[in-house]
Design a protein around this ligand. Sequence first.
Ligand SMILES: Cc1ncc(COP(=O)(O)O)c(C=O)c1O
Length: 359
Amino acid sequence: MIPIAKPLIQNEEISAVTEVLRSGKLASGSKVKEFEERFADYCNTDFAVATNSGTSALHTALLAENITHNDEVIVPDFSFVATASSVLMCGAKPVFADINMDTYNIDYQNIEDLITSKTKAIICVHLFGNPCDMDKLIQIANEHDLAIIEDAAQAHGSKYHNKKAGSLGDAGCFSFYATKNMTTGEGGMITTSDPEVYEKAKKIIDHGQKGRYLHEILGYNYRMTDIAAAIGIEQLKKLDKFNSERQNNARRYNEKLNADGIIKPHPMDNCEHVYHQYAIRVTEDYSMSREELIEYLRNNEIITAVHYPSCISSQPLFNNKEPDNSTSNRLSKEILSLPVHPSVKENEIKFICDLINEA
Ligand SMILES: Cc1ncc(COP(=O)(O)O)c(C=O)c1O
């Protein structure tokens, strides 16, 4: 069986966790601080704030950017739901932009039409590890005085023109869920070089406290544990290696996949895609439907996944209406993730490609 994802937990992580457990300092200890400092350093930002999930990182970053009731935030219609539900958590309204079919990322050409006097921010998602077209987004944001929050939940270590994801907008948000390019089991991180955003985020994740029992603003318990941070420190040391193994696997797929009707991912020029997913499009010109291909691969012990089977705007949470955005909707019917994680072997990729090419 070739799984779609496999966390790589080794002796280093196990020893680091054991050390924390033996220390008795399971929360609010030195490991969280060390992980924050190392992560900020890795992303080349001045600050980082660890959280207990990518979703809480997004919620916190939006609040730290002062997003509140009746504000509007532009988000891509094709992403994981938390990209948009985090906006609802602030009492604000997500406004769904269509995506670009080549990059699968937010289409900057679509954004200006959606800007109103209520628009306060754009969340751009570096989907599957492929960085967004940041120059264009920053230009639009500057013209309209909007904040940019990067949803980098799938893009640890990816680069846009040599700058790391998480350092490109006003704040970056990462997830360390078990299947991500690096993990803490569950966890998240906010990166920023804005001292005000940093100070506010620190309070929000800790009950709005400044110092002990002085609650200045509404906050939450979004803190990361030292157990999770200890795993994160070890995973961060291996992240570049994990990413280069994903990139090698993606290269192998690019070389070997050649079936008509299968469209391979398009990395942006001058960017480093870190292949959280290697997501192909199974179009009408292919010899079978996407669902038939999923079944065929499963019968050959290969597990694939559909990220995501519908665009966010058509979810019941957002009124369950007809999708607003035709490219996002079409992509949700065609997209298919193939196993690309570091544990997939070269001969396994050859086997998967042969099956797809010869189907
Ligand atoms: C694009 C995107 N945004 C946000 C999240 C939320 O992260 P978490 O699951 O850690 O809350 C995820 C996680 O799957 C994601 O893929």
